[in-house]
Design a protein around this ligand. Structure first.
Ligand code: KIV
Ligand code: ZN
Length: 386
């Protein structure tokens, strides 16, 4: 049985680029957009066209360049925003306008000084207006994570009638727990008329470190699109990380969900985005961090050397990492020293390994890591030839 496809909506160039210090020039955005298209994402959110002339140009140029993915522009529920987004998306092969408004009690009161009924009117008007420019209209109910489910269902039913094709349920503040977010999706699937004709989308922020878990709970409960960014960059603690959700679905086939992502490009894409945005990837970042496939304790190293699967649930080659790393530290054992020594040309007998290991430990206790040049020195000291 074929696995259901989850659409990957990449917002690195919109929500990701909102991060202070991550601002990109159009030329850099084009390079990233081309890479995202090659990676196999289904939607590229290219920017927020009304926000600045530079962002308008970026969205317009990306729309001209991208061959496969839908290109999307963000708007508020404001007519001028929608007109400008439509203009920027004019050359896209598959254009999408992403419009919406805050729906939580806090947004309605403090941000809009409005009422629930007036917010529904504005949502409907914006959706219908966007629909007059493009067929594909995604509606976002900002702060849906903290929006009362019954009211949210009414908003969504109204925007479906007005022509929305995709419904985005953002956990804007990263507040929800996975079972809560999953239950919200289930409630909407069961209580919104017309929902079977549209795609439900997860858009989760990582304020409590739950963005990936929440997105997975969302698709387990019927959502069919995940909004995410490379390396999980985004406002505050970031957005759902693309590489994480893609690999969760790949590594758990029983979920029966899949994506169109070429996972072997994940590591290079992560490096490219990190370099262009000047945002280092934390070493312990899942999937693409420098330590994601590095083993440094003796017990783990021994296991991995005997069989990779003892301590690795992903084949590094599947995400474009050449091989797992055995890092030599004072916590490493003989197996790791023998393994690394063999890689650089030394076949050791048991006795030689014992002598070399004593020397190794005295260096390892003084340094953070023992490098290949240190091993050469050890072998010279104990008179072992390569
Ligand atoms: O987090 C959010 O609510 C958003 C919307 C603008 C889609 O980014
Ligand atoms: Zn967001």
């Amino acid at each position: 049985m074929s696995r259901d496809k989850i659409q990957i909506f990449d917002t690195t160039l919109r929500d990701g680029e909102q991060v202070p210090g991550c601002k990109l020039a159009t030329k850099e955005k084009l390079i990233i957009a081309e890479r995202l298209d090659l990676l196999g994402v289904n939607v590229i959110e290219a920017g927020f066209p009304i926000s600045s002339p530079g962002d308008f140009t970026s969205v317009e140029e990306i729309a001209k360049l991208v061959k496969n993915a839908t290109v999307c522009g963000l708007t508020r529920a404001v007519e001028k925003d929608i007109e400008v987004a439509a203009q920027a998306l004019k050359y896209a092969k598959y254009p999408r306008i992403h419009t919406g408004i805050g729906t939580s009690a806090s947004h309605i009161k403090h941000k809009f000084n409005s009422t629930p009924e007036k917010i529904i009117e504005r949502a409907v008007k914006a959706t219908a207006y966007a629909k007059s420019f493009v067929e594909d209209v995604e509606f976002y109910a900002e702060d849906a994570g903290r929006t009362d489910n019954e009211y949210l269902a009414r908003v969504l039913e109204a925007v479906i009638k007005a022509g929305a094709t995709v419904l985005n349920i953002p956990d804007t503040t990263g507040y929800c727990l996975p079972d809560e977010y999953g239950a919200k999706m289930k409630y909407l699937r069961e209580n919104v008329k017309g929902i079977e004709n549209v795609i439900l989308s997860c858009h989760c922020h990582n304020d409590l470190g739950l963005a990936t878990a929440n997105s997975i709970a969302g698709v387990q409960n019927g959502a069919r699109q995940i909004e995410c960014t490379i390396n999980g960059i985004g406002e505050r603690a970031g957005n759902t990380s693309l590489e994480e959700v893609v690999m969760v679905l790949k590594q758990h086939p029983y979920l029966n969900l899949d994506t169109t992502i070429n996972t072997q490009l994940l590591y290079d894409t992560s490096q490219m985005v990190s370099e262009k945005m000047g945002m280092p990837v934390q070493p312990n970042k899942a999937i693409v961090g420098a330590n994601a496939f590095a083993h440094s304790s003796g017990i783990h190293q021994d296991g991995v050397i005997k069989n990779r699967e003892t301590y690795e649930i992903i084949d590094p080659a599947d995400v474009g990492v050449t091989e797992s790393a055995i890092v030599l530290t004072a916590r490493s054992g003989r197996a790791a020293l023998a393994y690394r020594s063999k890689k650089i040309g030394y076949e050791l007998t048991k006795d030689q390994l014992d002598i070399a290991y004593t020397n190794f430990l005295s260096i390892a206790d003084r340094q953070k890591e023992v490098q290949d040049q240190d091993i050469h020195k050890i072998m010279e000291t104990v008179n072992i030839q390569a």
